[in-house]
Design a protein around this ligand. Sequence first.
Ligand SMILES: [Zn+2]
Ligand SMILES: [Zn+2]
Length: 426
Amino acid sequence: MLSDSGLRWVIVILSCALLGEAAATDPALPEPEHRVALHLHTTIGGDPKSPAQFMREAKAAGLAAVFITDHDYQRWEYGAWPARGLIKQRIDLPSALKLGAARYLQALAQADRLDPDVRVIDGMEAAPFYYWSGSYWDGSFTLNDRDKHLLVFGLDASGYEQMPLIANGRSHVDQYHGHQYAKPYQELIDYVVQRGGLIFWAHPSIKEVGKVRSVRLSTLPYEEMLVATDHYTGFAVYPTGGRLWEAGNLWDRVLREYCEGRRGQPAWAIGELDDHGDQPITGVATVIWAPERTRPALLEALRHGHMYVTYGQPGHPKVQWYAVRDAAANQVAFSGEELRLTGPAMLECTIASQSPGSSLKVLIIKDGVIIHEESGPSPLAVRWTDTAAAPTGGYHASGQKSYYRLYAQNSEGMQLLTNPIFVIAP
Ligand SMILES: [Zn+2]
Ligand SMILES: [Zn+2]
């Protein structure tokens, strides 16, 4: 039994714990977050894990959804000139569209019904183009760009079925006339956007160079496609693949072009696992802020940049608060949104590690330049007012559009990057 003074101590300790909690808690973000695993390959495309297996793993890891993206086709064809229709070599492995879009969607919808705790969201990894080069006779025969991929979401069966691809004969180019630069990719992007879908560049820094029997395989990094194409929804961040998100790199170039009115759409970042059944499902997460955990709500959130990316094992840092505030007008904008300023902008964020005793470093990137850096124990709350004219984004021109975004790292080496918040100078 506790004495009176003992009881007081218990109350003091309890209220300290509650106050400590309260001090680290920001006003809640307007929408709840949903942590998802994205870019997963299943048995439908010949990989070892079924959609149901991914769901079980996702549930055990506390994830809200799995975004399944089997290949559209794994079909490559070569016909020898001048009788291409007669002398033909064809590789045709299992894939979503080989199964048929309707059956593919049906299989995923069936999995989705297995467990209300984990949503299965349908998508497809599209390869609109590839081309042959070299000669069959001197060992230089090469299949190029078979790994140049985009992730497509939000179409219906006929939408997926009719994508302009070489493999289904709906592309305006063929595989026999060399490199076509951005053309076949922009064609697919425009097609998907017109049908209300979402489309992200997958693994832009990938490099595949190899040989299968007498055929060389070559896909070189295609990071420049982020700049060469427009109107796509965004690009995927793959932890070991390139550093497009670094301050001043190509992502910032794309975002600056958008701010300058030279591009129709800002590119949003998502995290991709590109898992063929051999990776921990928590390796990379896309964390989506959406009013509810349904296919339409999650896709709309991705369309508008309401998400962030985090990766590294074990556990990921978490964004508890992220906003730009116009103190004078008492208005705030959140991830992916735009704020017309009446005075200086204040960037507010609170980032928390999930490991106890962890410390964090947060960088604020404005228009491609690191303009502020702060470190401290987790959770780290940053309240930073932008009064100085940054190198490329000072408020000197009225109506000028700028953006802020965050990069954070904790002492365990886990990383986090947010999508931009845009501001328009007063
Ligand atoms: Zn791929
Ligand atoms: Zn893939």
